[in-house]
Ligand binder design. Structure first.
Ligand code: NAD
Length: 402
């Protein structure tokens, strides 16, 4: 069939398999060009491996370090006239490339919050026969089912202080608008912490430790975001920020639990990038449109793959790892938060109006990156050609066959 984008709000409900393959290939190429990160490949578990930062991490590990990767994601294959999700196509393309390169890759598709998927991962690690050196936690989800109580928690993207009003953009219409974000109720804050906080990461770590599948010195790394003052009301001081605070305190607790195997747990604070998760946060797409312009002009712009490569080079595989901040966090958001970058973002922000939106921001670049998340608008792809939407993920297919 011929596949075209179908945008509904901040999500695209169709994905293009050839475009997704192309997007994955571009990331692999970038990593290969940087040269090998290590002569000692690891075994890496990436929870949230199919899009955004998790996918980029998996690509860096497999193609920059020849690491074996076990990935967990929650994606949908094609069915009838419905295409698969982008994460499904990305994973299919990633696994094909890993296989060609002779690097082990196994994907488990299902709800990472469930104990069932955790146990499947543990069985997979045991079958593979090498313990996990690095666990990367890169989930972004609007809900989580509690494995003990079966309660389904829903996260919200709200502020926790006063009602917050700021500029935002309707990305598809290219129109500036004003958004009003209400303060969350205490229940909404608790629910968001229950979804995006550290409870599930702790459960993963407990179960991996109990099953003795973490290697001596294993590292647990959870991704987080802080951002500039401009977005504090919706991010750092919002419900999601409270959940991220919880991830940090869980990581501190995990350091103690991991001591027995000489392991560590830390938060890596990454830069704001265009992903399915960030597209959902009010104000952030407009902020990203300005940030992109400023960081490109200053020659310091990075996407997921550049960020994850820098994290691996300067931290995970560095002989002298990057110093952590006072809270013990790894800060690869340092270029985004540079004073000169943020001063310029603020200067532009105060001037944006409907009339000058296109001149003062890189909204066009944001839109392009948004479509590329779903495999559209990639150079070199013939979008008028018929494609088969049914694509298999090799390690899932072989399991189904076996
Ligand atoms: P994303 O939406 O691109 O990826 C989310 C991943 O989680 C996907 O692989 C998806 O399949 C998986 N997932 C979601 N629910 C799942 C479930 N129930 N079971 C199994 N897998 C599930 O998101 P992203 O933007 O790459 O975010 C990843 C992490 O990075 C988050 O912790 C986020 O806070 C952090 N981060 C993001 C940004 C940003 O600007 N996007 C910046 C800094 C930090």
């Amino acid at each position: 069939m011929i596949i075209e984008p179908k945008v509904r709000g901040f999500i695209c409900t169709a994905a293009h398999p050839v475009g997704c393959e192309q997007a994955v290939a571009r990331q692999i190429e970038y990593v290969k060009q940087q040269g090998s990160l290590t002569s000692a490949p690891r075994t890496v578990l990436v929870i949230g491996c199919s899009t955004g930062y998790g996918l980029a991490t998996r690509i860096v590990e497999a193609f920059g370090a020849a690491s074996a990767t076990i990935g967990v994601c929650f994606e949908r294959p094609a069915a009838g006239k419905r295409t698969a999700t982008a994460g499904w196509y990305n994973t299919a393309a990633f696994e094909r490339a890993a296989k060609d390169a002779g690097v082990f890759a196994k994907t488990i598709n299902g709800d990472a919050f469930s104990d069932e998927i955790k146990q499947q991962v543990i069985t997979c690690i045991k079958d593979y026969g090498r313990k996990i050196d690095t666990v990367v936690y890169s989930l972004a989800s609007p809900r989580r089912k509690d494995p003990d109580s079966a309660e389904v928690y829903q996260s919200v993207l709200k502020t926790t202080g006063q009602t917050y009003v700021n500029k935002s953009v309707d990305v598809m219409r290219g129109e500036l608008k004003e958004v009003t974000i209400e303060a969350a109720t205490p229940v909404e804050i608790d629910q968001t912490i229950a979804v995006m906080g550290g409870a599930d990461l702790e459960r993963w770590t407990d179960q991996l430790l109990a099953a003795d599948v973490l290697a001596e010195g294993a590292q647990v790394i959870a991704y987080s975001y802080i951002g500039p003052e401009l977005t504090y009301p919706i991010y750092r001081d919002g419900t999601i920020g409270k959940a991220k605070d919880d991830v940090l305190s869980v990581c501190h607790r995990l350091e103690d639990k991991l001591q027995a195997i000489g392991g560590s747990a830390q938060v890596a604070v990454n830069k704001a990038v265009v992903t399915q998760a960030s597209a959902a946060i009010p104000v952030v797409p407009l902020y990203l449109s300005v940030l992109h312009k400023v960081m490109v002009e200053k020659g310091v712009e990075e996407g997921c793959i550049e960020q994850m490569h820098r994290l691996a080079r300067d931290y995970t595989y560095a002989s002298v790892p990057l110093e952590r901040d006072a809270e013990g966090r790894i800060r690869i958001d340092n270029w985004e938060l540079r004073d000169d970058v943020q001063a310029e973002v603020s200067r532009i922000w105060s001037q944006i109006s409907s009339e000058n939106l296109d001149q003062l921001t890189d909204l066009a670049a944001y839109q392009e990156q948004f479509f590329q998340l779903f495999g559209f608008r990639l150079p070199g792809v013939d979008y008028s050609a018929e494609v088969d939407p049914v694509q298999s993920i090799p390690s899932i297919e072989s399991e189904e066959a076996g």
